[in-house]
Design a protein. Sequence first.
Lengths: 159, 245, 401
Amino acid sequence: MSVPAQLGKLLNWKWGAVLGALLAVSLVAVAGDEDEGKKSSRVPKPHVVIEKGDKCVEDEAFMKRNHMKLLMHQRDETVHKGIRTTKYSLQNCIDCHASRKNNSVLGSNDNFCQGCHSYVAVKIDCFECHSSKPKPMAARVVAAGNGAVVAADYSGVNK
Amino acid sequence: MSDEINVSRRQIVGFGSAALAGLALAPGVLLYDLAHGKQPDEAVSGKVRWGMLIDTNNCKDGCNDCVKACNTEAHLSGGTKETDSQWMRKVELKDMRTGRATSLPMMCQHCAEPPCVDVCPTGASFKRADGIVLVDKHICIGCRYCMMACPYKARSFVHEVVTDQNSDLPRGKGVVESCTMCAHRVDRGQTTACAEACASAGHNAILFGDLNDPNSEIAKRVATYATTQVRADLGLNPGIRYQGI
Amino acid sequence: MQPIAYREIEGRSPAYYALLGGLALFVLFGLSAAYYMEEHGHIVTGMNNQIVWGMPHVFAVFLIVAASGALNVASIGSVFGKSMYKPLAPLSGLLAIAMLLGGLTVLMLDLGRPDRLIVAMTYFNFKSVFAWNVFLYTGFFTVVAVYLWTMMERRMNPYTKAAGMAAFIWRLLLTTGTGSIFGFLVARQAYDSALMAPMFIIMSFSYGLAVYILVLLAAYNWTGRALGDTVLLRLKKLLAVFIAAVLYFVAVFHMTNLYFTKQHGIERFILLDGGIHTLLFWVGQVLLGSLLPLAILFHPTLGKQRPMIALSAALVIVGGLAQMYVTIIGGQAYPLDLFPGMQVTSTFYDGVIHHYTPSLPEIMLGLGGVAIAGAMVVFGIKILRFLPESLENNVVDSHHK
């Protein structure tokens, strides 16, 4: 029998019922459980030490979804236009969120960036080039616009 | 954690004033212009054209303070293997016919018509509005065509994994890099690391400033004394000029 | 007049599987070399800040240039109406696509950041020859695929001439783009020349045809199909003409450079005291790659013997690789002239000849590209009807007016 005719044979109601049943079972299995931590076959949710939490830049849900977009936009502003505002800059993230233990946002799955990224298996490209460590205090200088040299003002991010 | 961040305002003002006082060596004799200190949220503009004037008469054979300062600033290894990155190097010249010897630092010349920008397929090699030629390492694919195109061999390719970068100067394996004219410092109203090192060592061979500002020290000097651009016949109009060659 | 019948090769003998297996093995070596380079960085290769393009580029540029030249055989049939070449056209198209694929794979895997290929496909600086090449190379695949379709699908045959013309023009643009990669570089004395693009075009004719002849001889010999002298001798005469044309361009290029005093340094380096580069130029490119094949092909008896024709084609390929080495690596080995008339030294190797030692990962990557092209051809002729069943004299003559 030719291939199209063989396929035609499959598309009758009996096979449709079997297919539908399989789909239903899979959907139930996937959507079924709420308490994911209990299932041993599942990957445990990351326990990430945030260091400085609460809404500092934007609220948590927004940041989870959009931090990459903020960073992508900021990097072009800084590199191409020399705009060095701190709010959405990668350096600002690192300065606040670097772990107290190893002074970095990488190193273990407890660290801020690595924890979530390793859980969702999204490779971070930033730290091929960027340092994962916060800037030392003495080096945190910005121009105040009139040429005066001042230390960076991070008062807005303090708890 | 809050203790480390919460520097008192008095400390900031005190530190700032002392720093500012230190920068103004004598009235009018500033090694760079504060007048163009830019706000952090201000974009760079074409009204400014950053450049450097290198007086090779003050450049001593064997001295490489500028190179060392650059290496320190960018966290370069300082090594001189064929695969090591050298953003800046001292070149020793000897006129073959007359025997006169001199030396000068060579780095990215920040051309007004950069061949490296023309050839970059992704546009990673680009010229900022204020004349500084940079590599946008986010979109550099590491093809090294800009290195083939640069008439000054100014660019380096990173051949191995890099760690411990300067937060202001990210660099990594597989992308091309070169002198940034310390854009991270310039944007904050400071001068380049090489010019600062040369001045604090007392040689005063490197002068940084705004070529477009007729009142700047550098503009006045290039208007008064004879200066040359390396490979001027190529018509690239570099922002780095040399005296004494 | 009997129509030419195209048939897939049987491809079931142990020798066939050994060939395919061998090619697959080299592809595997190439891919593992690429992985090794990507993992550790280019420090594991012989390339450095002075010689930024090395063996992978020698192979890749050769493959790309030969790819566009391989299509020539088809163009002579479709565009210039020489009906003897028409049965040869499908293989020509296959070879073109296969070699371009191999060359591009090598180039892409040698990038410092091959993971950023998407960036290369989405961010464009349209002043860059490389950016034009992204479109020219990818477009080439499409144009040749359509061209092959018009040849192999009987209902599309009336459109072969139009598709062939499009492919011909496209490949001229592509090779001009490839030559201009070097020709547009004002910085280096070895390149900075408008002659680069046309020289690459004529080189593509020569290398492409040499590869085509070798593949044709091998395919017909190893499958026991008949390949008559009418076809073969016509092709070998054409190859001889192309070799002579390349020699002419090389001669003019160097003679012009020798006339300019400021170019004497680079010419002296290439022609006289450049060590390996001088050796490869005179012995590799000129002697083995041009003069010896010419002598063989024009010889009244030797030029008609198949082993000698195959040897000539192989020598042209060797000469082509030597030419690529001298151009790409020799051009980088000679230092830039920043301060004319001055003796220059620095820690960054100014003023001295730059050294380069090819490394194993680079050679493996380059050969991997060749193997990709080979595997594609070897497999292609088994699954699709690229090869005429017979290119016997009487079969071809009935078409050949």
